[in-house]
Design a protein around this ligand. Sequence first.
Ligand SMILES: [Zn+2]
Length: 104
Amino acid sequence: MSVHSDERVTALSTARHAAVAELCALNDRGLRLRWRLVSLDYQAGVALVCESPDHGRIREGTPDEAPDHEGVYDCCPWPYLEVGPPALAVYLVALLNTDAGGVA
Ligand SMILES: [Zn+2]
């Protein structure tokens, strides 16, 4: 490995461990650290999985009642963020869910 690639690996490892440490602090509040794709202002984004039983229900109590899994509501845990390019959002969800399983 070259010096430059060693520096990139170190920078990635440092950033990854810092982010996971912050997310573990959220996990202390009982949040499950699983990420999902969302739509924020018609842009692709990422958010923590919301475990509220009332998450995204529209027209509650009617036959039209249906959860909206791509939406973000008052019930949803922070953080969530708008990403923009859909492929980048898919990549971030895959990356974050990999880290949620533990970083070596
Ligand atoms: Zn929610």
